[in-house]
Structures are given as structure tokens and as C-alpha cells.
Design a protein around this ligand. Structure first.
Ligand code: AMP
Length: 558
């Protein structure tokens, strides 16, 4: 196997990789580093997060900097504040043995004057989110004249978030740029277009296949009736007691609701969504990173750029519409050579969507059953007993208390002690799961008598019209309104993010929605008539990236 120094890296950088415990370069590093070290080649790296791409560009970038020159020579542009901080953190580690080398992170949501001061101290590399970078350029706080290298990290994410113009502005305003390095998990046509316009015969490297989820991830799915999603989620969490995971929802309302419900029921979970202030976000993220928080529930937008190590599970509370979103979600686990599990809770009608994702991801998806209450209790029991046996009692002054303990338990047998310990820990589970049913949706004909098929019937009743007839009403065209809106894929939306956007803006739940048709410039939304007014009122006339949103009833002439 090749080593870091064989790739042409300076000894001081190799020393830093050693100190980090990197034994060999990862595939993207092996392919990218020798090319990037030449300093003059444009480069496209198609690689997911977790493949080691930060070091793939960070190490050569540091080698190409002149530490004696105290002005910015490289820009790294990335979609979110979190990613920005992570990149700087990685670069700090890589430059440990390079005296005089300075790196700064600039992002929105904090004092700009502090960041201006940091840049003026004499930094060589500026790592920035696009919006704040533009602010700094406009204030003339960053001199772009001397920028030789521009790195675009997670380019597809930046485009999804609507940063295309900002990125083009940055590329246009770096006149002495010698090389552009673009990293992206996927290669949508807009990125191709940007690369064609601003890069010269880029050297292209793909690690794994574009659009392919990480191979070290086990993709699992569970088919349940829609009204059992929450119960199913709880069982999956309970069945995996050591889980350190992220749960994804489509809307911030779902993220909030589920986090509140689970917290009330004693789970260690917090939510990350767009309504939090930066300080609240940081607090949640720090707790999660330090593992004082076991579970994080997040929307796709809020979770962008999060890189947390050792995540064991990603759970899709609902399947996303786009394969790219699935890939991004599942890529949070199974990083840096470790393995991970991505679980999707799927409604029976969504299995076709699952097949499409499976095909694109090019990895097998395993259908598993939601465990029974009994299985959950058994699993928890063994987990606890294992923990009990592994508890370290070598530290601490237990011997002092031993005689007292022995006296107190003189008449209690070992079996009884164990039973009492188990009861303390398990009563919650045993009581909860005592009369729990089967949550799996089973094929109807085979299992007509089983609870699962009753569930399915229940679900169908709901869909066809429950006691209040809600769905039946909705399904009839007379009670549905079609809305027009002047937002589309050109605005950086894809279906899931658009859905989240309109629901978040209007504070409506997604069951009021029917079909959504998206085109480049416009979209059409089917919605329950009684909710249409609220949606129009909350969205029509608002601004989106400096443009006025127009939303109206598509079928009424106004
Ligand atoms: P990235 O894709 O840059 O987010 O990297 C994912 C993780 O892999 C980070 O935690 C890195 O510290 C780690 N990493 C990067 N390169 C290597 C390597 N060659 N060997 C082991 N771990 C690595």
C-alpha cells in the first residue's frame, strides 16, 4: 500500500497525518494528492463526505501555501457553518508542524468585525460560507487579488441551497486563480455547467460511483402502516440500546413534535431545525458531538454539513423523494472505514420509491421486521446485563462499603438482587411492551388473521375516509385546490426541500398536500381546499432570495 510521503507530501505534513493516526491514504487522497500538488490543474473530485476528502484537498493546499506571505492565497468555500468549522479544525490538525501558517473560518451568524480582524492578522487560507464571504468581499476585508486556489466543497449542496450566483461571483472575482478544485457527492447538470464555464480541462476523479451510497452501510427498511411510524421508530430505538444516531424528518414540525414526544417518554433526544438560534444550534450540536446526547432528530436542511464521527444509525422517519437526499442522509454513518446502518421506515405504498432508490444507490436493501415487544425486552435485558458485568469497579473505594452492603443484603439471595436490579431497569419496558402488537404490514391474503393485516385495513380506512371522512373529502377533486407558485428547480429546490419549505412557511402538516409538480421556474401544489388559503396567505408576497414569491389558485383567473 502506498504511503502519504510517496504521494509527494512534505515530511511535516506526513508527521501530522501520523499524529492523527492515518496509516494509509484513502482512495480519494491517493488519487487527488499527487495531482493537486502540481498546483496548476483544475480538479473535480466526486466523493461523498466520509471518504477523507478534506485531507485530500487540505494537505496539498497547505503544502502549496507560502507561510511567509501574510495574505490569503486560498479560499475554501463550503455550504454551512458546521462544515466550515470542521474543515478549519482538520486544517489546524494538518498544519500542526507548519510554523507561521494561519487558517481562518468565516461564516454568518457571528460578529463580522471579529472575522475581519482575524483575516487582517495575516492568514493564508480562508474557509468560508458563500454568503459571509461575499459580505467580506464587499467590505473589502478580503483581497482576492492574491488568491491562487479556490476549493468548492460539497458543491452540489451549495447549489441545492441556492448559492449558485454567489459561487459564480466568487469565481469571477478571483482574477489570478491558478486552480479550482471542486468536490461534490453528485454531479447534477448545473455543476457541470459551472465547471465548464470556470475550469480548464479539469482532472476528474470518482471515488466509488457518483450517486452511490457508501458500501460500509447496511441499508434496512421496515414496512409499517402510516399511523404506526412513531411506534415503529420507538421500537427501533429500543431494540438498539447502544444506538448513537440521527433521525431525519421531512419537516421541522415533525422534528419538533417527535423530539418533544420522545423526550417526554424519557428518551435522550434533541431536535435540530431552522427555527433555532445559532447559540441553540451550537448547544445541541456540542451535546451530540460529545455524546451527552444520544439521538438527534433533524430536517435535511438543518443537518447539512454535519460531520459527527461514529454515528451508528441513521433513521429515515420517512423516505426522502430524492436519491441524492437519501445518499446524503445515509452517508452520515459508515464513515472512515467503520460500518453503519441506515434504517428507513416505509409505508406499503412507498416500496416502489424504495426500489428506485435501491437501484440508484446500487446496494442491496434488506427488508427487516419491526421487532416484537418481547424481542425488545429481551434485547434490553441482555444489553443491561452485559453492561452490568462490564462495569469497571477497579477505581473507587468500593471495598470500604462492601461490609455495609453485605450486611444489608445478608438475607437476600443473589437471584433476588439480580431480579431487583433488572426490575429497576426494565419496568418501563416491560410495562410498555406488555400488550404491544405487531407493527409490520404483512401481505394481506397470507395473514388475514394477523394483527398486521388489521393494521393495513386500518390504514386503508384512514386513507379512504376515517370516521370524520377526512381523506375521502380530500381525495375528491371538489375539495382539492391546485396552487401555482413561481418557485421551481431553478431556485435550487428539489421535491423534498420544496415540500419542507412550503410546510415550514405555512405551518401546515403534510397530510393536507396531494401531488406536487415541479418545473424549472414554477410549481403546482395540490392541497386540501380548506388549507389553501392559509398557505397562500403565508407564502404569497414573501421574499425568496430577493425575489417576490407569487402563489395563487392555479385554476382561478386572477
Ligand atoms: P472527510 O471525508 O474529510 O469528512 O473525512 C472523514 C473522516 O475520515 C474524518 O474524521 C477524518 O479524520 C478521517 N480520515 C481522513 N483521512 C483518513 C485516512 N487516510 N485514514 C484514516 N482516517 C482518515
Amino acid at each position: 500500500m502506498i504511503t502519504f510521503s510517496e504521494l509527494g507530501l512534505d515530511e511535516k505534513l506526513v508527521k501530522a497525518t501520523d499524529a492523527l493516526g492515518f496509516v494509509n491514504p484513502s482512495p480519494i487522497q491517493e488519487k487527488a494528492i499527487p495531482v493537486l500538488l502540481s498546483g496548476t490543474k483544475d480538479f473535480i473530485g466526486l466523493a461523498q463526505t466520509g471518504t477523507g476528502k478534506t485531507a485530500a484537498f487540505g494537505l496539498p493546499l497547505l503544502q502549496l501555501m507560502d507561510a511567509k506571505q501574510k495574505f490569503p492565497q486560498a479560499l475554501v468555500v463550503c455550504p454551512t457553518r458546521e462544515l466550515c468549522m470542521q474543515i478549519v479544525n482538520d486544517l489546524e490538525n494538518f498544519k500542526k508542524f507548519l510554523p507561521g501558517m494561519q487558517v481562518v473560518a468565516v461564516y454568518g451568524g457571528t460578529s463580522i468585525s471579529m472575522q475581519v480582524r482575524d483575516i487582517r492578522k495575516g492568514v493564508q487560507i480562508v474557509v468560508a460560507t458563500p454568503g459571509r464571504l461575499i459580505d467580506l468581499i464587499e467590505r473589502k476585508a478580503v483581497n482576492l487579488e492574491e488568491i491562487k486556489y479556490v476549493v468548492l466543497d460539497e458543491a452540489d449542496e451549495m447549489l441545492n441551497m441556492g448559492f449558485q450566483e454567489d459561487i459564480e461571483f466568487i469565481l469571477k472575482n478571483t482574477p489570478n486563480r491558478e486552480a479550482t478544485w471542486l468536490f461534490s457527492a453528485t454531479m447534477p447538470p448545473e455543476i457541470r455547467r459551472v465547471s465548464k464555464k470556470y475550469m480548464t480541462t479539469p482532472f476528474e476523479v470518482t471515488v466509488g460511483k457518483a450517486n452511490t451510497a457508501n458500501k460500509s452501510i447496511d441499508h434496512q427498511y421496515y414496512v409499517v402502516a402510516a399511523q404506526h411510524r412513531y411506534e415503529a421508530l420507538k421500537r427501533l430505538i429500543d431494540f438498539n440500546p447502544g444506538m448513537y444516531g440521527i433521525i431525519f424528518t421531512r419537516t421541522k414540525l415533525d422534528a419538533q413534535d417527535i423530539a418533544e414526544k420522545l423526550t417526554r417518554e424519557g428518551y435522550d433526544i434533541d431536535a435540530l431545525h431552522g427555527d433555532l438560534t445559532q447559540a441553540q444550534r451550537d448547544k445541541v450540536m456540542n451535546a451530540f458531538r460529545e455524546k451527552t446526547l444520544q439521538l438527534l432528530i433533524a430536517t435535511d436542511v438543518a443537518a447539512r454539513g454535519i460531520d459527527v464521527k461514529e454515528i451508528t444509525h441513521v433513521i429515515n422517519y420517512e423516505l426522502p423523494d430524492d436519491v441524492e437526499v437519501y445518499t446524503h442522509r445515509s452517508g452520515r454513518t459508515g464513515r472512515a472505514g467503520s460500518t453503519g446502518i441506515c434504517m428507513s421506515i416505509v409505508h406499503a405504498r412507498e416500496t416502489y420509491k424504495l426500489r428506485t432508490i435501491e437501484k440508484m444507490v446500487q446496494a442491496p436493501f434488506h427488508k427487516l421486521e419491526i421487532p416484537s415487544g418481547k424481542d425488545v425486552c429481551r434485547k434490553q435485558f441482555f444489553y443491561f446485563m452485559d453492561k452490568l458485568l462490564k462495569t469497571d469497579i477497579s477505581h473507587g473505594d468500593y471495598e470500604t462499603y462492601l461490609p455495609m452492603l453485605e450486611e444489608k443484603f445478608a438475607d437476600v439471595s443473589k437471584e433476588e438482587v439480580l431480579q431487583r436490579v433488572a426490575a429497576l431497569e426494565f419496568d418501563r419496558f416491560l410495562k410498555y411492551y406488555e400488550n404491544s402488537g405487531d407493527l409490520n404490514v404483512r401481505e394481506q391474503r397470507k395473514d388475514r388473521d394477523q394483527r398486521g393485516s388489521r393494521d393495513e385495513r386500518g390504514d386503508r380506512n384512514r386513507r379512504g375516509g376515517n370516521e370524520r371522512g377526512e381523506r375521502r373529502e380530500f381525495n375528491s377533486p371538489a375539495n382539492t385546490t391546485r396552487l401555482f407558485v413561481n418557485l421551481g428547480t431553478k431556485d435550487g429546490f428539489y421535491k423534498a426541500s420544496f415540500l419542507q419549505f412550503i410546510l415550514d412557511m405555512s405551518d401546515l402538516k403534510k397530510d393536507v398536500l396531494g401531488r406536487i409538480d415541479m418545473k424549472e421556474m414554477n410549481s403546482w401544489i395540490e392541497i386540501e381546499s380548506k388549507a389553501a388559503k392559509q398557505m397562500i396567505k403565508s407564502i404569497d408576497g414573501k421574499n425568496f432570495r430577493g425575489r417576490k414569491i407569487r402563489m395563487n389558485d392555479a385554476d382561478s383567473r386572477r
